[in-house]
Design a protein around this ligand. Sequence first.
Ligand code: COA
Length: 574
Amino acid sequence: MKILLFASAYNGMCQRMHRELEIEMHSVSIELSANEQHMIKAVEDFEPDLILCPFLKHAVPEKIWQHHLCLIVHPGIEGDRGPSSLDWAIASKATSWGVTLLQADAEMDAGDIWDTQKFNLRHTSKASIYRREVIATAVQMVKNVLHNAISNPDFKPRPLDYTNPKVKGECLPLMRQDSRKINWSLDTTETIVRKINTADSFPGVLDSIAGNAVHLFGAKAEYSLYSATPGEIVGHRDGAICRATVDGSVWIRQMKMAQQEDRRFFKLSSTQVISQQFTNAADFSALKVINSRVQNDIKIDIEKAVAYVTFDFYNGAMNTEQCHDLLARLRELRERDDIRVIALMGGEDFWSNGIHLNYIQAAVDPARESWRNINAIDDIVQELICMTNKLTVAALRNNAGAGGAIMPLACDKVFARAGVVLNPHYLTMGLFGSEYWTYLLPKRIGDVKSKELTESCMPVLASQAYELGMVDQVFAEDWSAYHRRLQSECEALAQDDNYFSVLARKQYARMQDEAVRPLESYRQYELQRMKAIFDNPQSEYHHLRYNFVYKISCQATPSRLIYKTIPSQSKQIA
Ligand code: COA
């Protein structure tokens, strides 16, 4: 089939849907514009059999849905309507939620229903639920509909019927800040975390700290009780601040200053926002660093000679200091005789998205900070490549992009979770890239494919990465099933009778590679190009990074997303 995707951004959902549909042998084209004329033109040019809207924030023009079947992925249960579905679901303490595939109609989200599926609602942020449960459910549903409904003449979508007792959803308005507001003197820790979860990653909960209006993100319940006024900052750790509540305390990992007349802001760590952007900048040296198991970006769990290293950096972005911390922890593990396998788990929502573009943008000298950051991440990759006294595993349980999609290749084994999307390219950020990609990528997939991947700038699904050789095995998408399998594979590696001969082979292979071309020369080659880009104030990178952190989207759909067909006479929509 020819399937046209209308989307408000080429986000994780859209990327996955795109590649999944292509794997099913459909021809897919994408239109990202909200402009009616552009949308009509995209339909006329591509002449799709089906229009699918995996992530669309605006309505489909009537002129289009009247003549073409348009199916909309709505992140809500049957009957749910409105722009804040997940926000209301989390706020109402729902224990399960769903995704519905409905037909575009005159009324937003009120069209005929093609399918609806439910999932258990985790106690976490809206963005995390979207990235994990909503995307997985939507993809399965779209595949089912394509296999079983579209070509079935007997299939009839059912109209939305609020008189049906099974229809539990309702039409709810946009959730505004007054519904999100925290009452520090009344709200419990659980309520505060829930309120922030409903607004994370966007728009955040608007609050006031020392007279500064800020949006809060990345909440975690701590429950340690402090003799402090609720709302007061009692300590910090990893850039997060801990604030007292009526029944405990809560961590706030990230903040964004509210827009001021002439100034816009972007997310940064809470301590950075307070110390750099508050009118009455705070000095954190007086506040204690809290030792906490809850707020701990890097966690290491050791079991049966396997060290599982979780590095849960917000949004998968790794700044210089975070890279230094991770490197230090890896070096400690390297020295331990009781550990045979190190499994790099990434974070809860992303594996890694490479250097920290927000942090770099906020630096006094972004070129210098870019340089520090790329060197710091390169040091981690180098450590992994040279760790010849242990076996290393990249547990790609979530998406990874740019340098974060290359870093796993430094490990001996790459075990991906089905459905994970990798973006192993740098050009969309105007960068040549480093992380030893010129060594690691061709070594796994050859020169031709490396060039194709890094230049086409297209996402790659775990299954495609497996076909290419970037990934060694793909395990189940189900979170628990993935972890069970990962654990058993890691333990098998650690307990293998041939463990030491496997290590010896690894050492020999590294020596051979080093003899052919020293590792350092790959780094020099990449960093020389990166430095030229960083040090040129006119380079595209500085401009693209600015647009990325301030969320300035390019108006037109990138040509790489538009399906290239042999020109035919395009039909006019009646
Ligand atoms: N630095 C800082 N923030 C980053 C980041 C990075 N390297 N990569 C992603 N993010 C943030 C996004 O700004 C977004 O923030 P939000 O919470 O305000 O929404 C969030 O992570 C999710 O990213 P998003 O782009 O919405 O996710 P996606 O699934 O649609 O796309 C990528 C994933 C990796 C393709 C995309 O995020 C990207 O291009 N990132 C930049 C990667 C990069 O160029 N790194 C530098 C070179 S090593």
